[in-house]
Ligand binder design. Sequence first.
Ligand SMILES: [Zn+2]
Length: 203
Amino acid sequence: MAFFVPSHGRPDRNPTSNVIGMTTSAAVPTGSEGAIATGDTVTDRLVEANTRYAEAFTDPGMDASPVLHVAVVACMDARLDLHKALGLQLGDCHTIRNAGGVVTDDVIRSLTISQRKLGTRSVVLIHHTGCGLESLTEEFRTELEMEVGQRPAWAVESFRDVDQDVRQSIQRVRTSPFLLHTDDVRGFVFDVRTGLLREVDPA
Ligand SMILES: [Zn+2]
């Protein structure tokens, strides 16, 4: 490298940038590394990725109803790639995610629309090992109140026993008066180390 003399006419041949981008240079089109270097935000990177996605995208011609008639409620955890973990394809399902994969009123709102307006009939609930909500308590609401002078209206929905939390979520779906289909509701814990799902006995 020490003997390299930069060629001003061909900056893309600079071996230094090739070393830095060894594993990504082939996959990331020209311009991405430059964008990072100039201090663009992560959102800028996402928008840039979208332009590449759209270039290869063709209209699948689907309507909004999920092909498999299933809604999946899961934690927002970044280690859980729902589509890959469940073998799902574009258009297969509704995915409803929040911190913990908790069945809140707003999740019931989404499930109600999913079932009554878009034809889903099955509900799959997915919590996971090592969830951040296990290390929180409802005391978090008090901490927020002390800091900002206002107590949030929402519950933290923290938990200690992931299986019990899945059972509670199953019960909240099964007992909702708004849902049309509450017979096929199953709950699982996704192991972030092995990638395997373990079904939770609802009893
Ligand atoms: Zn989680």
